[in-house]
Design a binder for this molecule. Structure first.
Ligand SMILES: NC(=O)c1ccc[n+]([C@@H]2O[C@H](COP(=O)([O-])OP(=O)(O)OC[C@H]3O[C@@H](n4cnc5c(N)ncnc54)[C@H](OP(=O)(O)O)[C@@H]3O)[C@@H](O)[C@H]2O)c1
Length: 249
């Protein structure tokens, strides 16, 4: 376990931070990054790199830092992501550059830079996709499409780079973070929308970042050795329901 070295992108807050904390508890040596300064409460053994994953040189720099700090790389978690709440007709070129730059190019940049050392180590990639890459959330066109790209890239890496590298995606549902709050804020009545969302979760609650971090931990382990090219939904059962309006039955 102590030999494992992981990169987690977007570890400053939210789901990424929970993944960092979980991997540290799993005795993995962790490098994480975001566009901001190092968070004050980040555990001291964690290596911090200020980097924008949409930038090819920055992405390569994160992988170089992992190799210079620890000599190897065994796990890449592509978590960094952004969302813009607009339909296609209102989306600008700048919106395209931002969402596609981070959510698509960023994941591609990190995978391309990390694949050589991951191949040497027999490593693992976990990409954070979304249920929005399968079902469309209203008013989030570029975001929805960007997550479908993540799912597709996950399958391609699995088939092109196996058996040396295993690659899977996690498709979270509603996980309570700043990003989820921004999406609920789109509703005419955000509190009513949140209450309605909770009611439609068979698990009776929204998700928390640790729900995703727990699956990252398992996917990175030998227990998941035969799980490859999969997009695993973690949404408290939300998308298990038929699209019929349950209030009418
Ligand atoms: N929350 C949900 O309900 C939900 C549902 C499905 C999927 N997801 C996915 O889960 C992932 C994490 O979401 P979250 O809710 O934790 O979001 P969040 O709270 O907004 O955190 C996003 C993280 O990504 C970093 N980041 C953003 N752009 C970056 C860039 N260009 N380069 C490097 N780091 C960057 C942010 O740090 P800086 O701003 O400092 O760069 C932050 O650390 C995303 O991929 C998101 O699409 C979330």
């Amino acid at each position: 376990m102590m030999d494992r070295v992981a990169i987690v992108t977007g570890g400053s807050r939210g789901i990424g931070r929970a993944i960092v904390d979980r991997l540290v508890r799993d005795d993995v040596r962790v490098i994480t990054c975001s566009r901001s300064s190092r968070p004050r409460d980040l555990p001291s053994p964690v290596v911090w790199v200020r980097a924008n994953v949409a930038d090819t040189t920055d992405a390569e720099g994160v992988v170089s830092e992992a190799l210079s700090s620890f000599g190897r790389l065994s796990l890449l978690v592509n978590n960094a992501g952004v969302q813009i709440e607009k339909p296609v007709a209102d989306s600008t070129d700048a919106d395209w550059d931002r969402v596609i730059g981070v959510n698509c190019r960023g994941v591609f940049n990190m995978c391309r830079a990390a694949l050589p050392p991951l191949t040497d180590a027999g490593g693992v990639i976990v990409n954070i996709g979304s249920i929005s890459g399968v079902q469309a959330d209203p008013g989030m066109a570029l975001y929805n499409a960007s997550k479908a790209f993540v799912h597709g890239l996950t399958r391609s890496i699995a088939i092109d780079h196996g058996p040396a590298v295993r690659c899977n995606a996690i498709c979270p549902g509603w996980i309570v973070t700043g990003m989820a709050d921004d999406a609920f804020a789109l509703a005419k009545d955000p509190d009513a929308a949140r209450l309605d969302a909770v009611r439609r979760h068979p698990s009776g609650r929204l998700g928390v970042p640790a729900d995703i971090a727990n699956l990252v931990s398992w996917l990175a382990s030998e227990d998941a050795a035969f799980v490859n090219g999969a997009c695993l939904t973690v949404d408290g059962g939300l998308t298990a329901a038929s699209p019929l309006n349950p209030g009418l039955f």
